[in-house]
Write a protein that binds this ligand. Structure first.
Ligand code: 2M8
Length: 434
């Protein structure tokens, strides 16, 4: 058992405990984020889980990613949830009946039940890192040659169908697609959405988590309205959207994954240059469109009114991990400044500590998250901020140990929030112990 007393766990013990979490959350074909709260496969969770699993078993890591890629839609999209047929459909809401993905012309392969929206594209990065952790096992199973065409189709979907703003960036059409569901960044755009009434649906998340740690009923009413509208338009991206935005984290992760595709293409003896060209074009579009020089931060852009949303969240720090980022010095200053207090917060707060909507315990409105902190850790290393990176790495390990692998932590006092034995928490720790 892990010490919850505040003393950092012994690395070998922490590695064993993190591995045990991932083994317990394995269903036979993929890993659930959390046994109670999220009993299916989630897209970006799976990518982070793969990054951890590659240190436990190359074979298992490949399976994790390939089971998600096996649910890819005809139009190239990777759905944000792949439903586990062995889990009762009432265990999570909204479930497969709500999404009705099979009815869409663009839909999933026969026999697979999925949602119809997406999550940030961490997958090519996870595939490339999995290969690099054990190239022999990867070659033996032909891993890269199997996943490469699917990853290319996924990125093509994002580049072609999701360039709703016309500037070369990928847009989201639902806050769930950002992965940072109830971030205050989305409050303004969500104000335009008429919520479903609270009596018209039954939340299941509150069976497993405290309501103060979760989104509100009003948030859920709006999420369901947006998702049902998209569904009723057959998940057609050209249909009108009440909510559409360009998110800096999703696009920065797309850039990292595009660089990874260049690596994969090179390893397969295929031309890699088109991926490097695309990554460079995306980087220019990200900086030109979403960087705000006055705030020294990357902001999301609301595509309904065309304006940048003047709220600072951890999504705006994720570009630190992008190679050759021209504004990296200024962004590093923002990370160390009053808003995020890097090194003086527990993990990286998901939202501006000085912001009007900051809530240290509520989900994506303040708490520190392990996956986002892992990417920012990578960014700090990339920017040569070795001491900041080492401090954050240590925090990720000790916070996980002290909270029993919490889903997220209060950035002010480090208390665990949300679910425990959380898969990407265990996975990011495993990666940082390697
Ligand atoms: C959370 O989102 C789901 C909806 O997708 C939920 O609240 O039910 C988010 O934290 C998201 O980023 C994450 O992928 C998912 C599973 O961990 O949970």
């Amino acid at each position: 058992a892990l010490s919850r007393s505040g003393a950092p766990a012994d690395p070998a013990e922490l590695r064993r405990a993190a591995t045990a979490v991932l083994l317990r959350n394995w269903t036979g074909r993929s890993t659930v984020p959390s046994r109670g709260l999220y009993p299916h496969q989630w897209s970006w969770d799976s990518a982070f889980i793969t990054l951890g699993l590659r240190h436990v078993s190359a074979r298992r890591a490949q399976q994790e990613l390939e089971s998600l890629l096996g649910a890819q839609w005809a139009d190239g999209r990777l759905p944000h949830i792949v439903f586990d047929p062995a889990t009762p459909s009432g265990a999570y809401f909204p479930g497969p009946e709500f999404w009705d993905a099979g009815a869409s012309a663009a839909g999933p392969p026969a026999g697979v039940r999925t949602s119809g929206i997406i999550q940030p594209p961490v997958h090519a990065l996870a595939a490339w890192e999995t290969h690099r952790a054990n190239p022999a096992e990867s070659a033996r199973r032909g891993f890269l040659s199997r996943v490469y065409p699917r990853l290319v189709a996924w990125h093509r979907y994002l580049g072609e169908r999701r360039d709703l703003g016309g500037r070369g960036l990928a847009a989201i059409v639902h806050p769930w697609e950002s992965g940072m569901d109830n971030s205050p960044v989305w409050d303004g755009p969500l104000d335009r959405v008429t919520p479903w009434s609270p009596g018209s649906f039954q939340r299941r998340d509150l069976d497993h988590a405290a309501s103060g740690d979760r989104p509100t009923d009003l948030d859920y009413g709006r999420y369901l309205r947006l998702a049902a509208d998209y569904r009723d338009h057959g998940y057609d991206d050209t249909a009108p959207h009440t909510f559409a935005a360009e998110d800096p984290a999703l696009n920065a992760l797309l850039i990292l994954s595009e660089h990874a595709l260049a690596g994969i293409a090179g390893a397969l003896g295929l031309p890699a240059e088109r991926h490097e060209t695309r990554a460079a074009a995306l980087t220019r579009a990200l900086v030109d469109t979403l960087y705000d020089p006055d705030m020294g931060h990357f902001l999301a852009r609301d595509l309904v009114d065309g304006e940048r949303i003047r709220e600072c969240s951890a999504a705006g720090l994720v570009p630190l991990a992008v190679p050759r980022l021209p504004v990296a010095g200024e962004l590093l200053r923002t990370a160390r400044g009053e808003r995020f207090r890097l090194g003086h917060s527990h993990l990286v707060p998901s939202y501006d500590r000085t912001g009007h909507a900051f809530e240290p315990g509520r989900y994506w409105r303040g708490p520190g998250w392990f996956n986002v902190s892992w990417v920012i850790h990578r960014g700090l290393l990339r920017q040569g901020a070795a001491a900041d990176a080492a401090a954050l790495r240590e925090q990720i390990r000790t916070s996980a140990a002290e909270t029993g692998f919490a889903e997220y932590v209060d950035p002010l006092n480090g208390a665990g929030r949300g679910a425990r034995d959380f898969s990407w928490t265990a996975a990011t720790v495993l990666d940082l112990l390697a």
